[in-house]
Design a protein around this ligand. Structure first.
Ligand code: ADP
Length: 615
C-alpha cells in the first residue's frame, strides 16, 4: 500500500468544500454520474476509432444504495483509471490562492467546482470517506483502489476488480443521511440525469406481489438517453413534441406552439421551446425552461440566457457553449450568452411569423393565449417589437382580428380627427361599456377590445410607436365628441346651460371620492338624455396611480365624471318645463349611474322602489 498527500496548497480542502458549498450538496450525484458518462463515451469513441478492440458489453451505469452499509456506489463500464491516472487526475489538484478564492465565492458552489474541476471532489460534500475502485480498459492494466477520508491523506492499493470500469463508493456522512433514502436519490437522478445519453439503472423495477413490492429482474432505468431535442426536426411528428411536453410538464395543458432550436455556428445550441397555454396570469411562471449542458441538467433559472419575455416559455435548452460553472453576473456579460439570447429571440420571432403567414386561421385562434408573450416581448424589447409588428394582432369587440396595418387601413378614413390624428377607440370591458360600444358602432366606428391587464401598457406602447395616433376609451366622451372632426360645437348658450345645471345640481348622490360636473349639450332628440363620461386622461392617471408608486397625488384626487345632459331630449325638455321637483330627474340620474355600475346600496334600493311605484 502506498500513502501520499493530495497536492493542494490549502491545509485541508474538504472541510472547506463541505462548509462553503452547503446549499448545493445534492449536485455531487450529477458530478459523479457525469464523470461516469464521460468515461463511457470515451470508451465508445476509442472503440469506434479502433483504439479499443475489446468487447464493449453492457455499458449501463449503475447507482446502488446500501442503507445498512451507509454507501452509495456509482459504477460505470467506461475507460477506467490506472494508478498513474488517479495520481494525475485525482491527487494533483494543486492550485494557488485557494483560500482567497473560496472565500470570495463561498456562496457559489458552481463557480468553485467549475473553477477547480472539482467535480469528483464534490463527493466529499456528503461522504466521510470515498473509494475509487477501477480497472482501466488498457491492455494489461491492474485494478486499483484509492481511498480517502476527507483529510489530504489518501491510500492507494491493488484491488480485486476484474471487469473494466470504475466504482465510486461514497460512505455517506452522518449528517447527510437523507442521501441514503431511495426516494431522495431517485429524485436527484430524475432531476439531474433524466436525459443523460447512457442508460442509468437505479436498482430494479419493482412489482407488487401478494402484500408488498419486490424487485423484478428488469433494471430500473431512470433516463431517456435520446431526448427529443437531440433528434432531427424532420424526423419528428407533432405528437412526438406533445408527448415530450407531457413528459416534461405532466400537469400542463397542451402547448400552443413549439420551436425546435438547432444551431451549430457560431455556437452550439439545441432545444425545444414551447408556448404554454395560460388560462390566467396567475399561471404565468418563470423558470420553467430547463438548461442542459450536453444533456446534463444544470438549472431552471435561465434569466440572462434567454430574453426576459421568453422566460415565460417552457422547454429545454442544451448548449455546451454556455459557461455553466460560473456565476450569474459573469453569465450575463458573456458575449456568447448575449449571442444566444438574440439568436433565440430571432428564432422565436421567425417561427411566429411563419405560422402567421402559413396558417393565419390557426394563429388567430391561438392569439388570445399567445398575445401575453408577444405583447410582453414587444413591451420589453424594442428589437422584438420591430419584428412582431407585422404579425401582432388587434382584436375588436366583434372578435375580429387585424394586423396593425390592416387596422389602420380600416379606420383611417372614418376615425381621423380634425387635427389629422387617427383615433383608436377601445373598450376594457365590452359588457360594462356595452351602450358606449353600441353607440360608437352605430356611428360607423370600430372598437377594439383591450380587456387584459397588459393592454394598458400596450396602449401606451402603440401610442408611442404609431404616428399621429391616440387611443380613447369609448366612454371617455359622448359619441359625437369621441372623434372631433370639425369645430362645430353642441354646447348650449350659457343661459340655457345654467337652467339645465340648476335642474341637476345637488341631485347626484354623494359618493366617496367621486365628483360629477354637469354639462348641457344639444345632441338631438334621439341622443341619450343623460350620459356619464370620464376623460381618457383622467382615467389613465387614476389607473396608473393605482399600480404605480409616486403618483399618490392622482390617487388622492376624486374621480371626476362629466354628466352630459342632452337638452334636445323630450324628457329633459319636459323636466325643464315642470321644474326641479319632478320625478324624471332622479330617475334619469339613477339610470345613468346604473348604466355605469355606480348605483349601489341604498341608492339602488331606493331606485328600485321608486321604479316599482312608477309602474
Ligand atoms: P472533470 O471531470 O471536470 O475533469 P473531475 O474532478 O470530475 O473533473 O474528474 C477528474 C478526472 O478524473 C476526469 O477528468 C477523468 O479523467 C477522471 N475520472 C473521474 N471519474 C472517472 C470515471 N468514472 N472513470 C474514468 N475516469 C474518471
Amino acid at each position: 500500500m502506498q500513502k501520499g498527500n493530495i497536492g493542494v496548497t490549502t491545509e485541508n480542502i474538504f472541510p472547506v468544500i463541505k462548509k462553503f458549498l452547503y446549499s448545493d450538496h445534492e449536485i455531487f450525484l450529477r458530478e459523479l454520474v457525469s464523470n461516469a458518462i464521460d468515461a463511457t463515451q470515451k470508451l465508445k469513441t476509442y472503440a469506434s476509432k479502433g483504439d479499443y478492440k475489446g468487447e464493449l458489453g453492457d455499458l449501463t451505469i449503475r447507482v446502488k444504495l446500501d442503507k445498512e452499509a451507509g454507501t452509495i456506489t456509482i459504477s460505470d463500464r467506461g475507460i477506467g483509471l490506472t494508478a498513474e491516472e488517479i495520481d494525475k487526475y485525482i491527487n494533483q489538484i494543486a492550485f494557488s490562492g485557494a483560500n482567497d478564492f473560496l472565500e470570495k465565492y463561498k456562496d457559489d458552489a458552481q463557480t468553485i467546482i467549475g473553477h477547480f474541476g472539482l467535480g469528483f471532489y464534490s463527493a466529499f460534500m456528503v461522504a466521510k470517506q470515498v473509494e475509487i475502485v477501477s480497472l482501466s480498459y488498457q491492455e494489461g492494466a491492474k485494478a486499483v483502489k484509492w481511498s480517502c477520508d476527507g483529510s489530504p491523506e489518501f491510500t492507494i492499493e491493488d484491488a480485486g476488480k476484474d471487469n473494466r470500469g470504475t466504482d465510486i463508493i461514497l460512505h455517506i456522512d452522518d449528517d447527510c443521511k437523507e442521501y441514503l433514502e431511495q426516494n431522495e436519490i431517485e429524485k436527484l437522478l430524475k432531476k439531474y440525469c433524466r436525459f443523460l445519453p447512457v442508460a442509468i439503472a437505479f436498482g430494479k423495477k419493482k412489482k407488487w406481489e401478494k402484500d408488498k413490492y419486490i424487485d423484478t429482474d428488469e433494471d430500473n432505468i431512470i433516463n431517456n438517453v435520446e431526448p427529443l431535442w437531440t433528434k432531427k426536426p424532420q424526423d419528428l411528428t407533432d405528437e412526438d413534441y406533445k408527448k415530450f411536453y407531457r413528459e416534461l410538464y405532466p400537469m400542463s395543458d397542451e402547448p400552443l406552439f413549439w420551436i425546435h432550436l438547432n444551431v451549430d455556428y457560431p455556437f452550439n445550441l439545441t432545444g425545444i421551446l414551447y408556448f404554454p397555454k395560460i388560462k390566467n396570469t396567475l399561471d404565468l411562471q418563470k423558470n420553467k425552461i430547463q438548461l442542459y449542458c450536453n444533456q446534463v441538467y444544470v438549472t431552471d433559472s435561465v434569466e440572462g440566457i434567454v430574453p426576459e419575455f421568453l422566460t415565460l416559455l417552457h422547454g429545454v435548452i442544451d448548449s455546451p457553449d454556455i459557461p455553466l460553472n460560473v456565476s450569474r453576473s459573469y453569465l450575463q456579460s458573456d458575449s456568447n450568452v448575449k449571442k444566444i439570447s438574440s439568436y433565440i429571440t430571432k428564432k422565436v420571432s421567425d417561427r411566429l411569423q411563419g405560422i402567421f403567414k402559413s396558417n393565419r386561421k390557426e394563429f388567430e385562434e391561438k392569439w388570445d393565449n399567445l398575445k401575453i408573450f408577444i405583447n410582453y416581448g414587444m413591451l420589453t424589447q424594442d428589437d422584438f417589437y420591430d419584428k412582431a409588428k407585422t404579425y401582432a394582432l388587434l382584436k375588436d369587440t366583434d372578435n375580429k382580428y387585424y394586423t396593425f396595418e390592416e387596422y389602420l387601413t380600416l379606420i383611417k378614413d372614418n376615425q381621423t380627427d380634425k387635427d389629422g390624428n387617427v383615433v383608436y377607440l377601445y373598450s376594457n370591458n365590452a359588457d360594462a361599456e356595452y351602450s358606449y360600444v353600441e353607440a360608437a358602432k352605430n356611428k360607423g366606428y370600430n372598437v377594439l377590445l383591450m380587456d387584459v391587464q397588459l393592454d394598458v401598457a400596450v396602449i401606451g406602447l402603440l401610442e408611442r410607436k404609431f404616428e399621429k395616433s391616440h387611443f380613447t376609451r369609448v366612454d371617455s366622451d359622448v359619441v359625437d365628441r369621441l372623434i372631433v372632426k370639425d369645430d362645430t360645437t353642441n354646447k348650449l348658450p350659457e343661459e340655457e346651460e345654467k337652467k339645465v345645471k340648476d335642474l341637476f345640481a345637488d341631485k347626484f348622490p354623494k359618493l366617496d371620492k367621486i365628483e360629477f360636473t354637469v354639462e348641457a349639450q344639444s345632441l338631438g332628440e334621439q341622443g341619450a338624455p343623460l350620459q356619464i363620461t370620464q376623460s381618457e386622461y383622467m382615467r389613465r392617471m387614476k389607473d396608473m396611480a393605482r399600480i404605480q408608486a409616486g403618483m399618490a397625488f392622482y390617487g388622492e384626487m376624486p374621480d371626476t365624471y362629466t354628466v352630459v345632459v342632452n337638452a334636445d331630449h323630450p324628457l329633459i325638455k319636459q323636466a325643464l318645463e315642470t321644474g326641479a321637483d319632478n320625478k324624471v330627474v332622479p330617475q334619469l340620474i339613477d339610470l345613468a349611474l346604473l348604466q355605469n355600475g355606480m348605483l349601489k346600496g341604498e341608492s339602488l334600493s331606493n331606485f328600485i322602489k321608486r321604479s316599482i311605484e312608477m309602474i
